[in-house]
Design a binder for this molecule. Structure first.
Ligand SMILES: [Zn+2]
Length: 213
């Protein structure tokens, strides 16, 4: 499980680890954005919350996560990103699956603001770029599929600060929950991405006695 403030880079780390170990990266935020874009029933239900940047109610999120984690897709394991957001969700999760390790990514607010406001997203294939440390080869164009990149509205500095504060308020009890269980590992995410990834790999190797690939 990957937790940390929005914009700390955990989505990027999750994508890399997911590819290296060939396990699915499950991001409730991505799922909700896809459902909204497709205009599904679930999309319509979560849209008002996601657009205002507030927490989607427990009963909706629990239902969605339960369905995915119990599907064959997750037979070999999974990375959960952006979930759980409340202690109730954490308790529900314990009833469905066994969580091996929780990575808590930490970075100061100003580091997060700088990273997020430079972030560009491909609306077609989901690739993430950053104008300062991972720019696309052609400005504003996706390297992978050639689509025009966009900046998400909720990546504006003011909204990033608000989400960071909301995260601090809501996630502290969740962090304490996993700390008490003894499965919380804190990672300094204010460093370059390859150093963060290397830390994650070392810890995974220790826990699961495996190597990437
Ligand atoms: Zn693309």
């Amino acid at each position: 499980m990957f937790i940390g403030p929005p914009g700390v880079g955990k989505g990027t780390y999750a994508k890399i680890i997911s590819q290296k170990y060939n396990i699915p990266h499950i991001s409730t935020g991505d799922i909700f954005r896809e459902e909204i874009a497709k205009g599904t029933e679930l999309g319509l239900r979560v849209k008002p919350y996601v657009e205002r940047g507030i927490l989607v109610p427990d009963e909706i999120v629990v239902e969605v996560v339960k369905r995915i984690l119990q599907s064959p897709l997750c037979n070999r394991g999974f990375i959960l990103d952006g979930y759980p957001r409340t202690v109730r969700q954490a308790e529900e999760l314990d009833r469905i699956v066994n969580v091996d390790v929780v990575f808590l990514f930490e970075a100061p607010l100003e580091v997060v603001v700088e990273r997020v406001s430079g972030r560009l997203l491909c609306p077609k294939c989901g690739a993430i770029y950053n104008v300062s440390w991972k720019p696309p080869r052609r400005p504003g164009i996706c390297d992978i599929c050639g689509t025009q990149l966009i900046r998400r509205r909720d990546d504006e500095p003011k909204l990033v600060r608000e989400r960071y504060q909301l995260y601090r308020q809501t996630l502290t009890p969740v962090i304490d929950y996993y700390r008490r269980k003894g499965i919380l590992v804190e990672v300094n995410a204010a460093r370059e991405a390859h150093l963060v990834i290397s830390d994650i790999e070392h810890i995974l190797a220790k826990i699961f006695k495996l190597n990437p690939g």
